[in-house]
Design a binder for this molecule. Structure first.
Ligand SMILES: *Cc1c(COP(=O)(O)O)cnc(C)c1O
Length: 387
């Protein structure tokens, strides 16, 4: 990776950009009379209406938050085995996804490479920025077609998106494939989105950050940590790239309540691990029970907190579930996902509900004359749902 030069892949105007300098950038002390940021000196409306007993010590929201979230990074760095300077925090993973496109891709000219079926935001962020998308589909086992990817990379390819464990298929991508891409793509950033890494039995690519200057790893508080509502995404990369992201982010991109709650969460990592263990046990049970349902054709192996399940007639199953107020994700129109629904692993009670509804669909004739109890029946073309 000697030849990788971040400066050469950044958009020229980003290199020379003078970032906004906030009041909290220019003076970083915490003690003093703060008359520098036009804040309300009396406190927040929230502080005066929320009863004192409901308030935490840190709920005076009249002050702007730390633009660099150092308290979180201080706790996060040892947990992730990285340096604080290798961490960027964003408003969800959405923010680093967008910033990476904007930092590197000249609209209408540079390209990103994705491997469908995968997470939709890579494509959307590129499209918003008018950046063309190169698609190299995964193979039928949802693994990377390494030689096709290497052949598709051009000198315009600035970002290569890998999602491991992949959404919607659920599997980890093979390390050798990712390594080959990291080693060959010395004029691109290679992003490994590890939103589901806590559910996988493997180490994170963050351990390789010092080996590969072109490696970017994304993680999130939205899944295993149970904090989707906070909107807090993590991006790990070289210090040089993190500095660029800091330069182009909105100055106060992480709110004070989010920072406070994230700190509380990080102090209780064991709580996250316990929930992950429960979810993995629920996943195991769900796989076992889904397997016995006649309408289920295949359950793709999952390293995540969801299952990609192929049904005899996904559309009918999906609609039947909706009627019974069980909501899953219809992925049946997605490449390599024919007749597949993506089902999040729920609580024991939620999974039981799902299984009951599926069971009833299989055993009760929907129209009164077309029993669905066997694969043979389900394959009849005239199948109609109650809708
Ligand atoms: C859920 C998910 C995320 C998380 O996005 P946030 O914006 O952090 O909530 C990121 N990547 C993938 C592949 C996901 O499925």
């Amino acid at each position: 990776m000697q030849s990788f030069n971040l400066r050469s892949i950044l958009r020229p105007h980003i290199l020379s950009l003078t970032p906004y300098s906030s009041a909290r950038d220019e003076y970083t002390g915490t003690i003093g009379v703060f008359l520098d940021a036009n804040e309300n000196p009396y406190g927040s409306v929230v502080a005066s209406v929320v009863r004192h007993s409901e308030r935490s010590d840190d709920s005076d929201y009249n002050r702007y938050p730390d633009p660099h979230q150092w308290a979180i990074k201080e706790r996060l760095a040892p947990i992730k085995g990285v340096r604080k300077s290798q961490i960027f925090l964003g408003n969800g993973s959405d923010e680093p996804i967008d910033l990476l496109v904007r930092a590197t891709c000249v609209p209408g000219q540079d390209t990103i490479l994705i491997m469908p079926p995968t997470y939709g935001m890579y494509e959307v962020s590129a499209a918003i920025n008018d950046v063309p998308i190169i698609k190299v589909p995964l193979m039928s086992d949802f693994q990377v077609d390494t030689s096709a990817v290497l052949a598709a990379i051009t000198d315009k390819t600035k970002l290569i998106w890998l999602c491991s464990p992949n959404n919607p298929s659920g599997n980890l991508l093979q390390r050798d494939a990712i390594r080959s891409i990291l080693e060959a793509a010395d004029h691109s950033l290679v992003i490994v989105d590890e939103a589901y890494i806590d559910f996988a039995d493997t180490s994170s690519w963050t351990t390789e950050l010092d080996t590969y200057p072109n490696l970017v790893v994304l993680q999130t508080f939205s899944k295993a940590w149970g904090l989707a509502a906070l909107r807090l995404g993590m991006c790990f990369a070289s210090e040089e790239l993190i500095q660029v992201l800091n330069k182009i982010k909105p100055p106060y991109n992480i709110s004070a309540p989010t920072q406070q709650l994230a700190l509380k969460a990080l102090a209780h990592e064991a709580g996250k691990n316990e929930m992950v263990a429960q979810i993995l046990e629920q996943r195991r049970q769900l796989v076992e029970k889904l397997r016995s349902l006649p309408a289920v054709r295949a359950i793709h192996p999952s390293d995540a907190n969801f299952l990609l399940v192929q049904f005899d007639k996904a559309k009918d199953v999906f609609e039947h579930l909706i009627e019974q107020q069980v909501i899953v994700r219809d992925r049946s129109k997605v490449i390599l996902c024919d007749d597949c629904l993506r089902i999040s692993v729920g609580t024991s009670a939620e999974n039981e509900r799902l299984l009951n509804v599926l069971q009833n669909m299989s055993s009760v004739p929907v129209t009164g004359e077309l029993p669905l109890a066997t694969g043979e029946a389900a394959s009849k073309p005239e199948l109609v749902s109650n809708a």
